[in-house]
Design a protein around this ligand. Structure first.
Ligand code: FMN
Length: 403
């Protein structure tokens, strides 16, 4: 609903991912937004203004010094007569221009002249994204209040290189735009939340690790839902393949100990929701070098040691958040295990789910949970993980309101 009736100025710059912007225009318009396109000259090497204009059902703006366009709309009005400026793809070049305040073509001039929120979906070769110059520019833009969605990890369209640099998918960009334009109630404004999500990877040696099937979908959705209600959210994520939620500060970690450190660094907070599937054990002494297989030698055994219990640490901390929620992924005795957990961990609520393989919950998109609190047990119907997240966020907001 957030996009219905919204005017989006879509700036397309010159990257191979420009082909995805055609689909992005459709997705935005399907949701009731109008799309006014601006294309750099680079962008026109990848997709034609004809295709962009036809899909957007609007004039495509390309030239700063077009007498006609300047008379009809003008670059300043173009920059202001919209609810959101969306850049997809955002090239390394355009990010560099923005970070330095350059205005030497229509796109960069509009970006310097706008007073609207700006959301950029960067797309570039992983080396370009990792380059210190791009790192500096991205940090500058973040400080200037420019929002980013992606780039994602994966294979590049134009080369066989993999790494971080692929543009977010159109629907991920749409979700980020929706989150940014959402003007619903904000009962969690002024509240701080810390959320964990995903699995942890516990190294065995430099190339092997112990992991689990957690996808991060539920934890990420909860972080997004809390942010949507106005909370200032820090998400501490284990290794996942899904994008960082929009409007949330995401910290990426691998191991349980790193996750604990990042969570404690995010305190004080009003809300803690510990969703991550943290490995209970790690390898007692991970090898520095790859463990080699030698014919005839005995098979190595792994000695494990206990990992920190992050939920329990937070639940008993001197800076314990007002509301502490834990997740219990069980495959048997779901209720009784969750009840024990509530007490032992110092949590206010435990969201228990049965993650037996037959349920398809772990790694899947739906969830069927029981909410266990001191007030009792509430079985929620089977629903999408996003809906579980929204319901839980609303419940947290209500509890905080009641004090
Ligand atoms: C085939 C090809 C693909 C390119 N893909 C990208 C890309 O994905 N991201 C990027 O930042 N630049 C990419 N470039 C380089 C940009 O097109 C170049 O920096 C251009 O000056 C960008 O102009 P603009 O930012 O005004 O659109 C690519 C160039 C070529 C020839």
């Amino acid at each position: 609903m957030a996009l219905s009736g919204k005017r989006i100025l879509l700036i397309i710059s010159g990257g191979i991912a420009a082909y995805k912007s055609l689909d992005l225009i459709r997705r935005l318009r399907e949701r009731g937004a109008s799309v006014r396109p601006v294309m750099t000259s680079g962008a026109q090497e990848f997709v034609t203004p004809l295709a962009v204009g036809a899909l957007a059902a609007d004039h495509v703006f390309t030239d700063l010094f077009s007498r006609q366009d300047e008379q009809d709309v003008g670059h300043i009005r173009l920059a202001r007569d919209c609810d959101l400026v969306l850049i997809a793809p955002a090239t390394a070049d355009l990010l560099a221009k923005m970070a330095n305040g350059l205005a030497d073509d229509l796109a960069s001039t509009v970006l310097l002249a706008t007073d609207r929120p700006v959301l950029a979906a960067p797309a570039m070769n992983p080396r370009m994204w990792a380059h210190p110059a791009t790192r500096r520019n991205v940090a500058t833009l973040a400080a200037d209040g420019i929002r980013m969605i992606g780039p994602m990890a994966g294979e590049m369209a134009e080369s066989r290189e993999a790494g971080v640099g692929r543009m977010a998918e159109p629907l991920e960009i749409v979700a980020a735009a929706e989150a940014l334009l959402d003007d619903g109630p904000k009962p969690l404004a002024g509240r701080k939340a810390v959320v964990t999500s995903g699995p942890t990877h516990e190294p065995i040696d430099p190339v092997r690790y112990i992991a689990n099937r957690s996808s991060g979908r539920q934890g990420h959705a909860i972080a997004a839902a809390l942010a949507k209600l106005g909370a200032d959210v820090t998400l501490v994520s284990g290794p996942v393949t899904i994008p960082d939620p929009a409007g949330v500060k995401t910290i990426h970690v691998e191991r349980a100990e790193e996750m604990r450190d990042a969570v404690l660094a995010a305190l004080p907070a009003d809300i803690a929701v510990m969703v991550a599937a943290v490995a209970d054990w790690r390898v007692a002494s991970a090898a520095d070098q790859k463990i080699k297989k030698h014919p005839g030698e005995s098979i190595p055994t792994l000695a494990l040691t206990e990992n920190p219990d992050i939920l329990k640490t937070v639940g008993h901390h001197t800076m314990r958040p007002k509301i502490v929620v834990g997740f219990a992924a069980e495959t048997q005795d779901v209720e009784s295990n969750a009840k024990t957990k509530l007490e032992r961990k110092g949590a206010d609520m435990i969201v228990a789910n049965d993650v037996s393989p037959a349920t398809g919950i772990m790694g899947g998109t739906r969830n069927s949970v029981k909410l266990i609190s001191r007030a009792g047990i509430d079985q929620w119907p089977d629903m999408a993980k996003e809906d579980v997240a929204e319901k839980l966020a609303a419940l947290i907001a209500e509890r905080l309101r009641q004090g």
